[in-house]
Design a protein. Structure first.
Length: 379
């Protein structure tokens, strides 16, 4: 395992993210705890010492499961990170209540790393509003030793990050951004990384595989990359890209099964950043891929806010596929197994989902467009 120095700590370069733990069934919120425990056991045995969870992951169950699993290990054998759920504005006046519950759910007396979650256009004003006392409360917890290191995650654009950093930057020890070879230009990750490097803030990476989308590429793209590195699989390319980015200290991967843990750990046995030709080839592939896709990462914050109970990430995935292929049979065929009341046509355009979307996707417009495309489909 590669390790990175952060202040006086020795962190595994790969961290286990607990946003996509194995599900016990079709219900995403029900985690297969036995399978998750095997994943953590393998990770611990092979050098991963950083574990990342959050209030909203798996509809609120991730912290509890991770807490139970990690409580079986010595507290000084791992680093635990979680976050204040500011992606939901209704939480802004509940920082103390939520923090105390998080400690209990995670079965710990302190968090090694704690983040302002998802700083973005939707919540920047609230995060900076002193009436909520979020910053003051978290700083107090740090002074009391219940937070060892304080940082933030961000999905907003650079102007939003700058506002946050102008207010709290001197106290931010690390920053977590969505960084991968698709988003290097698509979501201005290059500019965000430069901003953090300018301010000497270590970079934590989330969505290195874009919710799994970068784990499997077209045959043409795969052939191009295989020619350059015959011994690397597609997920490894995403990690190798990040190994060459200045300032990157922690790379989080939301692993869903034991094989993913094993494969990713094998990749992180070596540090093999891409050379210029390899990086150029990868970014050229990215340019071709991002023409018509929506940046949904299947975080599922939206689903809890949909009054119609739509499986929005699945619908957006089908929408992207439908748009990318210019129609075809896959999306209509998949929807044949979905009740009519759960189709894109059921969206009432209330935009409640958009209020909590980290990617700021105009979901209601996508649903309307998807429905129109399906109505015109010949399948």
């Amino acid at each position: 395992m590669i390790y990175k120095d952060f202040q006086d700590l020795h962190l595994s370069a790969l961290g286990l993210g607990a946003m996509r733990l194995p599900a016990a069934g079709e219900n995403f919120s029900e985690i297969d705890e036995a399978a998750a425990e095997k994943m953590v056991a393998y990770a611990m045995e092979h050098g991963i010492n950083y574990y990342d969870t959050a209030w909203g992951y798996h509809d609120g169950h991730s912290e509890t499961v991770i807490g139970r699993i990690l409580s079986k290990y010595s507290r000084d054998s791992y680093y635990l990170a979680t976050k204040f759920p500011g992606y939901d504005l209704s939480n802004m006046d509940k920082v103390e209540t939520i923090f105390e519950q998080q400690l209990k759910k995670c079965k710990t007396d302190y968090f090694d790393f704690y983040l302002f979650h998802n700083v973005c256009e939707m919540n920047i004003d609230a995060y900076l509003d002193s009436k909520y006392g979020i910053f003051d409360y978290l700083m107090k917890q740090k002074e009391n030793g219940r937070i060892r290191h304080l940082g933030f995650s961000a999905h907003g654009d650079c102007s939003i990050m700058k506002r946050f950093l102008d207010a709290y930057g001197e106290q931010m020890e690390f920053a977590q951004i969505q960084l991968n070879w698709i988003d290097w230009t698509f979501q201005n990750a290059k500019e965000k990384a430069s901003l953090l490097n300018e301010r000497h803030i270590p970079i934590w990476v989330m969505e290195p595989l874009r919710g799994g989308k970068l784990a499997s590429l077209s045959e043409e793209a795969s052939t191009q990359l295989h020619t350059l590195r015959p011994d690397e699989d597609m997920p490894a390319w995403a990690f190798r890209f990040l190994q060459g980015i200045d300032g990157v200290t922690m790379i989080l991967s939301g692993m869903s099964d034991l094989k993913q843990v094993q494969d990713n750990i094998k990749t992180f046995e070596t540090d093999r950043p891409l050379n210029q030709q390899e990086q150029t080839t990868l970014l050229n592939i990215a340019h071709q891929m991002i023409q018509n896709i929506l940046p949904c990462t299947a975080c599922r914050y939206c689903t809890a806010h949909c009054p119609k109970g739509l499986d929005i990430p699945s619908l957006l995935s089908l929408y992207n596929e439908h748009c990318f292929t210019g129609g075809g049979f896959i999306a209509p065929m998949a929807l044949m197994a979905v009740p009519k009341e759960k189709h894109p046509s059921a969206c009432i355009g209330c935009r409640s989902c958009e209020a909590v979307c980290p990617q700021q996707i105009k979901i209601s417009e996508a649903m309307a467009d998807f429905d129109a495309k399906l109505q015109n489909a010949s399948f």
